[in-house]
Every structure is written in structure tokens, then in C-alpha cells.
Design a protein around this ligand. Structure first.
Ligand code: AMP
Length: 279
């Protein structure tokens, strides 16, 4: 496994490496969710590359960029054990040198939910993923359904800009009690951790109602919200949204198109997101 810190060296290695090349972008602090992506990428491709980059431009001014968990040594051990060929781990100045001033601005797909709650977030995500794509030109890139709107933003960018990458979405990996794995789960106090599975339970309540034939988005939303609001550790619900799973457009009535029910909820200062696709 080679660890590369400069864009130029990463591009040079990716040009000569056996194809297909699969890329797994991450911000490190790796867990089983990330490893499900690297496992699939390893199985699908002659070369498997992962990136570890805590991308400053996708964090808001009052967000957790400086305190985001970092564990490079352990991450490299895990990636090595996964059979990773190339790890791209640049410093922020390498990706955003002085004077950097060109951005990818996603449109309507990034307006609601995380886009509304975190202004500028998807501009940062789209810009860094575009750069990772053009630095490495992967045949395939792997993303988790856990960040459902992020997947939609990246798919749209990939299509709109003709980047030609095969974007592969992998299912959300969960703890046995249903909590979606996330690097941010490490911030939870024991009391918050015990309560946190309520986020998935709320989504499942809406899903169960949908399975009984309910197609009214307000009623599905209310079912999820009621579960969240019954948990005292939930200090705020940023949103419970029901959207078209591809475009992220809000739905009033669900039809045959795949829909996604997504939520962001706070337990004290910790903000958790999760979603379920209704197929
Ligand atoms: P991050 O390091 O949080 O930027 O995540 C890197 C990639 O791993 C993204 O594509 C995430 O959607 C994916 N990911 C994070 N958590 C999970 C999970 N619990 N299950 C599946 N994929 C995940």
C-alpha cells in the first residue's frame, strides 16, 4: 500500500495503475461503514484507492472541523488490511492552495435538508469530490446511502459535468440496535448513545406506515416526528423530509418513484442524520 500526499503524485500513479480503478473517498476515522465500501471496491476493481481528507470547505464556521475525529495511523492499518493499493491523504493546503477560487455549485438537489441546514456544505462536498475525481479519474467511486442527499448531489454532478465515473451506492451499515455507524457517534455521551437508536426507529415507524399503504407525506412525516419527540434526549429535530430519492424534490404524495425519508436530529450538541429509501 502506498500513501500519497500530493495531487501530482496521485495523478501520476493513477494513470499507470491497472484498471479498473475504484475510489473510496472518506474523511477518515474509519468504521465498518467505510470498510463496507472498501470491501466492495476491492472486489470490483484491479486497483483500489481510498482517500482520507477532512475537507475544510464542507464544514460551516460553527461546525466541528477542528474537533472532527482523526486517527490516521489506525485508518492506514485498517486500509492496509483491506488490501488497499493507494491511499491519498493530502493536507488542506495541497487541495486548496493559496488563491484557490473555483467551486462546484450544485443546484436544486442540494437546496433542502442538509443543504438548508448547512449552507455551503454541498458546495464543499461537490468541489472536493470533483477534485478527487479529476485527480484520480477512477472508473468507479463508492459512497454510502447513509448520506443519501450527498449521493444524489454527486450523481447529479457526475452526470451534469460528464465526469463518466460509475457512482456506486452501498447500503447503510448499522449497529445491532439500529444506529447508523458514523464517526460522529463518538461524540455521544452514554445517555445519548442509549437513546440514539430512536433516529432509525422513527424512520422505521414511517416506513411501516408506508407498508400499510399510507402515501400521504405529511402523515408519514408526523409518524416519524412523534417517535423522535417522545425521546427526551432529542433536543431538536432539524427536519423530517420525504423526497424523491433521485432528485431530492419534496413529495406531498408518494407514487411509484422511489422516495427517501430522511431526518437530522440533535442529541445535545451532537447532530445525527439517517434515512430510509421507500422502494
Ligand atoms: P465520511 O468519512 O463520513 O465522509 O464518509 C465516507 C463515506 O462513507 C461516505 O460515502 C459515507 O456515506 C460512507 N459512510 C459513512 N457511514 C456509513 C455507514 N454507516 N454505512 C455505509 N456507508 C457509510
Amino acid at each position: 500500500m502506498q500513501v500519497i500526499t500530493t495531487c501530482a503524485e496521485m495523478t501520476a500513479l493513477c494513470r499507470e495503475t491497472p484498471r479498473p480503478l475504484g475510489l473510496v473517498p472518506t474523511m477518515g476515522a474509519l468504521h465498518e461503514g467505510h470498510l463496507s465500501l472498501t470491501q466492495q471496491a476491492r472486489a470490483d476493481n484491479a486497483t483500489m484507492a481510498a482517500s482520507i481528507f477532512v475537507n475544510p470547505t464542507q464544514f460551516g464556521a460553527n461546525e466541528d472541523f477542528s474537533t472532527y475525529p482523526r486517527s490516521m495511523e489506525r485508518d492506514l492499518e485498517l486500509l492496509s488490511a483491506q488490501g488497499t493499493d493507494l491511499v491519498f491523504a493530502p493536507l488542506p493546503d495541497e487541495v486548496y492552495p493559496d488563491g484557490f477560487d473555483t467551486w462546484i455549485e450544485p443546484g436544486a438537489v442540494a437546496e433542502g435538508m442538509e443543504g438548508a441546514a448547512r449552507p455551503g456544505h454541498f458546495r464543499g462536498v461537490a468541489t472536493v469530490v470533483a477534485k478527487l475525481f479529476t485527480i484520480t479519474w477512477p472508473d468507479r467511486a463508492y459512497f454510502g446511502q447513509k448520506d443519501g442527499q450527498q449521493v444524489a448531489v454527486i450523481r447529479k454532478m457526475n452526470a451534469d459535468l460528464n465526469l463518466g465515473v460509475d457512482v456506486v451506492t452501498m447500503p447503510t451499515i448499522r449497529e445491532p440496535d439500529g444506529l447508523a455507524l458514523s464517526s460522529r457517534n463518538a461524540y455521544l455521551t452514554p445517555e445519548q448513545r442509549a437513546a440514539a437508536p430512536v433516529v432509525y426507529r422513527a424512520l422505521r415507524a414511517a416506513e411501516s406506515l408506508w407498508h400499510t399503504g399510507e402515501r400521504n407525506a405529511n402523515r408519514l412525516q408526523a409518524a416519524a416526528l412523534a417517535v423522535l419527540q417522545a425521546e427526551p434526549q432529542i433536543s431538536a429535530v432539524d427536519y423530517v423530509s420525504i423526497v424523491d430519492a433521485a432528485t431530492m424534490a419534496p413529495l406531498n404524495v408518494l407514487d411509484e418513484r422511489p422516495a427517501m425519508i430522511a431526518t437530522a436530529a440533535r442529541l445535545g450538541s451532537v447532530r445525527l442524520i439517517d434515512n430510509v429509501v421507500l422502494l
